[in-house]
Design a protein around this ligand. Sequence first.
Ligand SMILES: [Zn+2]
Length: 494
Amino acid sequence: MDKRIIYYNNFASHLLNAYNPNMLYPDLPHRWSDADWRALVDMAASFGYTVLEFWLVPRLFCREGLESEVGREFARQMNVVIERAAGHGLRVELIAGLATTGGDWRTLCPNIPEEWQEIQYLWDQWSRRLPELGIVGIFPGDPGACSRNGCTAETYIDRSVDIAHIVVRNLPGAQIEFHTWGPPFFGWGNLYEPPDSHGEFRQEHQHTAWTFDKARADRSMTHLLRRLLDFPEGTAVAINLGFNPDGNPTGEQDARPWAREIAKTNPILTWDFSLTEGENAIYPHYRFQRLFRRRQEELAAAPYSGGICFTMTPLLNQLSLYEAAWSFRDPSADHRAVQVDDGRRAVARRFFGELFGPQGETLAEYMPLFEIVPDWGHYAQVHHTRGEYHAEMQALVSLLQDLRGQERTTPFHPDVETYRRELLFFAQLFADLSGPNPDWTALRRRYWERVYAIYDRLPQHVDPRPKRATDSLIAFFQRPVFRGEGAGDGASAR
Ligand SMILES: [Zn+2]
């Protein structure tokens, strides 16, 4: 199988923000025009991606999604994306949870005949709506999954085989990608659902879907190996190095032996979600040490054929997307922000040089400063005193101001000038957060209004993460986290 370097833009309703397309609420801001999408596709192609992936979110994966204006418009615009991608030789991939549907994220039960009928109907209808899809991914959950009526990970596997055949009957040119996400198979048989449950999403029980049990993992992976031949020809399997949210191959959660076994008959790839930006921690990211190390670990582990580069902020974290594509194209490329010895430019310097010319390359040295907040998949360390950090951020503010007018023309979305101004916003914010006597309330409001204000216009969402993420970013700077500040200083005393 050709290497899949997958640009995965997750624009689900709990990940809305100013830097993500709003595909769900026509009356709210951050809608993208077809021209926006085409420019995005052109940029992704220029970075070296070979696949564009999107999640058909539960809000659309339901009758209402099929029959509403927002659902029809979604399908129309995704077909525009598919056409543009094809012009660059890229394929588009849809992923959807096997059975999680509707704006309230309810999971239907394949062991209830009427609900199984409905699941098949939704897959059948949606695969007809997007006739030129290149790849269709079947996902266990997160959110959602079923433990009712005897459902287990084996149920998920067996019913995915059935769905895969419905999909390829409608889309003979498409390939199936089967997902093992979770410990493995997120939530199937291990999600706690109260006795009165009808499959409703309940935030307070979602963590149980990550409960690892070696016997369950062995049993379900053995079952998958038995069923692989029943999937359509060419089905790929997405399996991370480890059966945990960070994909780390630790102890009993080491998935590498299973990956090697699957690779004997089917192409494998990773779906390592936490490498680039986690979820809801919105600022300019620089998490490339772990990203490139993970690529090296994959090379050593099994014959992987690529994987995803996740973003929920395509209008802000273009550098992450560029680095992530390069991590697959050249896993030995240099992720550091400095000039490398043999004269090759490190990836970040090349990125900024293409945008702003030689002076812009210096930006690469400042970008790691943003990455000081511990987060999913990111084990941050702070090496500066507060005063040093503040001074560096002020220097970044000056550099970004100096770069005004030096933008070059390159496939980029949005335009390079807008990107420069966004970096300037965050540099100023982080400078103010680390400066003397911050006005925390005003800074919190400044961040919220720039990033998450769309939630002020939505009814109470099922997922509280945007507010929590904002609070924790502000709270991070309020704590004694910098060098020389005592408590919490352990990792930074160097
Ligand atoms: Zn069930």
